[in-house]
Design a protein around this ligand. Structure first.
Ligand code: R5P
Length: 305
């Protein structure tokens, strides 16, 4: 009978206020539960930051130095990152589906390094395939100030609308193309525009006065690594970006083209998640790079009976 339940009345904890449901990422308080759940797979809730490993270069560059064999290079790096950022072709072919890392799926396509003007892209992956790939976010490139600006904004907005229907965040990638600026003035304009269109995460490049860009951008920003530089320089850039408000990195060439990619990815993670200085991270890199277990070894074929 219903009134027998009164003996467990103390379980209602009438004197305990309801748990606060605040969310740790800026600008994301009013998104839906599924969107937040995916964002919490991308960004570590403890540090509030993310290490994304970018290996989507093939979609414009073809076989890129360091990524000739995705199946050998990418899986050993996955343990130390939060997110794998790649194309669906690379992910399906080279990353085992047992891998539990969040996926940032490259969803724009349509230009190549052979093009004079690379700013004309299309949506190359629809939201249904992103769901099939269990994507934690969809990455779309925008070309603010370039001839393809309008269509790239259309690609972005269509993807944000589709992602909002299913609770999948969109990562707005700020392209710099061949001739485009890499100044604070340009990134202030482009990051703010893309955030106001509704992208939940922005990827841009590090530049002078970076703290102005992170301050004026209402959602988390991650930085691309750019062309390969010496390991200590890449770590110094990473450290400055985090100090100046970046929520993480989406780094490719400075990891997979490193002399020791496994040591480098651990050093990057130390800055991003553990607040280490670039000096501490570089010392870690130097100590780890000597260890044979951090060398990327081609898989040895085993004999089958
Ligand atoms: C940019 O859109 C590219 O596809 C890469 O994802 C990006 O540039 C990050 O890679 P990297 O650190 O090599 O610049």
């Amino acid at each position: 009978m219903a009134d027998q339940d009164s003996k467990v009345g103390h379980n209602y904890c009438l004197d305990v206020p309801p748990a606060s449901q605040g969310f740790f990422l800026k600008g994301m308080d009013h998104t839906d539960w599924g969107m937040k759940n995916r964002l919490a797979r991308i960004f570590n809730p403890k540090s509030g930051h993310t290490v994304m490993l970018a290996f989507d270069h093939g979609y414009i560059m073809g076989s890129t130095a360091g990524l000739e064999r995705l199946d050998i290079v990418i899986p050993p790096l996955a343990d130390d990152v939060d997110v794998l950022m790649g194309t669906r072709g690379a992910l399906r072919a080279a990353v085992p589906p047992t891998c539990d890392k969040a996926v940032a799926l490259r969803c724009s396509a349509g230009s190549s390094v052979l093009d004079e003007d690379m700013s004309h892209e299309v949506i190359g992956v629809n939201v249904e395939d992103a769901i099939r790939m269990n994507a934690a976010c969809m990455a779309i490139q925008t070309f603010i100030g370039a001839p393809g600006q309008k269509s790239s904004i259309q690609n972005l907005c269509n993807t944000i609308d589709a992602g909002n229907r299913y609770g999948i965040p969109t990562l707005g990638v700020i392209a710099v193309g061949k001739e485009m600026e890499r100044t604070a003035k340009y990134f202030l304009l482009a990051t703010r525009m893309v955030a106001e269109f509704g992208a939940q995460i922005i990827k841009t490049y590090y530049c002078d006065e970076f703290e102005k860009i992170t301050s004026a951008c209402p959602v988390p920003i991650v930085i691309a690594g750019g062309k390969k530089v010496a390991e200590n320089e890449a770590l110094a850039m990473c450290f400055r970006a985090i100090q100046e408000g970046a929520a993480g990195v989406d780094m490719g060439r400075n990891i997979f083209q490193s002399e020791n990619p496994r040591a480098m990815v651990k050093a990057v993670a130390k800055i991003v998640h553990e607040n280490a200085t670039d000096k501490e991270a570089y010392d870690l890199y130097l100590s780890l790079k000597l260890s044979p277990k951090n060398a990327l070894q081609p898989r040895v074929k085993t004999k089958t009976k």
